[in-house]
Ligand binder design. Structure first.
Ligand code: MG
Ligand code: MG
Ligand code: MG
Length: 308
């Protein structure tokens, strides 16, 4: 077992998961905890790669599984289903997160910070301020990138005033036009052409369970829903394989237009009617258009979970 303390976000890491682990490592080190190391439990996506390239910094270390008793700090998630293999037997000493608490337990007391903000990095920003720690330009851009990503440039309904204020302050420190930077960053994440359909449906997929049933809500961002739907047949094939191999009852693949703030979802599985009930709208050709829906956490997961 390593005497390092690993800090990592969820599977299929997004920009918040990566930036939060990097920021929490820096925060802890500034506080004198030198054994803390940022890590990641999946591949860096294109949006996050844009951030790392912009700042010319390395991605956190990739870890595949952990030993029993390994000390870890979770950021941007708590659900064991979205965490690393072996998490059940790890020693979770801290959590910093902005999701509902589900499928989570520890045998020891821990530090747990949960805030219903739009982004984990907003929580970390406040911890910097509360602790009187200076925020470097690089740290400001890391945190701003995460906030822009999770709130889609403050347009998602998950956005809170805490996120707005944090981004405003971070923009001053970063000294860049954050809207221009943010749009470029988001667009970098919408380049889906060189992904296979199997990859597309797993880039940002969350597996969930309820009453013994299993479902996945996956999401991709795009600037053209039609562009993605050109591949609908092959996407459906990939989803059907996934349903088969994982024994899923429902698969929702949300294609989110980040410029117009709408989504269209491809819905398959024997419980596909759950989505029809959730939105009081019929599927047509396995698709449903969801006006104004951009947030899995606030607009998809709760209604689907409730009707599942
Ligand atoms: Mg996340
Ligand atoms: Mg997040
Ligand atoms: Mg996300």
């Amino acid at each position: 077992m390593s005497d390092k303390i690993y800090i990592f976000g969820h599977k299929n890491p997004d920009t918040d998961s990566i930036c939060s682990s990097l920021i929490k490592e820096r925060f802890n080190r500034k506080k004198g905890y030198t054994k803390c190391f940022a890590a990641r439990i999946g591949k860096i996506n294109k949006e996050t790669q844009f951030v790392l390239d912009y700042l010319k910094i390395e991605a956190p270390e990739f870890i595949e599984k952990i030993d029993d008793g390994q000390e870890v700090i979770l950021v941007d998630h708590n659900d064991f289903g979205q965490s690393i293999d072996g998490i059940e037997n790890a020693n979770i000493i801290g959590v910093i997160d902005h999701h509902r608490i589900a499928n989570f337990r520890t045998s020891e007391p821990l530090y747990y910070t949960a805030k219903p903000y739009g982004c984990t990095c907003t929580i970390l920003y406040k911890e910097y301020v509360q602790n009187g720690l200076e925020i470097s330009k690089e740290e400001a851009i890391l945190m701003a990138s995460a906030i822009i990503s999770d709130t889609l440039l403050l347009k998602s309904p998950t956005t809170t005033n805490h996120d707005r204020r944090a981004l405003e302050e971070l923009e001053k420190i970063a000294g860049i036009d954050i809207k221009k930077y943010g749009l470029e960053m988001l667009k970098a994440g919408t380049d889906l052409d060189d992904f296979s359909e199997e990859e597309l449906i797993s880039l940002d997929a969350k597996s969930l369970e309820k009453d013994g049933g299993k479902f996945i809500i996956a999401q991709v961002n795009t600037v053209s829903i039609d562009d993605v739907l050109k591949r609908q047949d092959k996407i459906e094939e990939a989803i059907k394989k996934e349903i088969e191999s994982k024994g899923l009852d429902l698969f929702v693949f949300a294609i989110t237009d980040i410029l117009n703030s709408n989504s269209e979802a491809i819905v398959l599985g024997k419980k596909a009617n759950v989505v029809e009930k959730a939105f009081d709208k019929k599927l047509e050709n396995n698709k449903i258009f969801l006006e104004g829906v951009v947030s899995r956490k606030k607009q998809l997961l709760p209604v689907i979970d409730k009707n599942f």
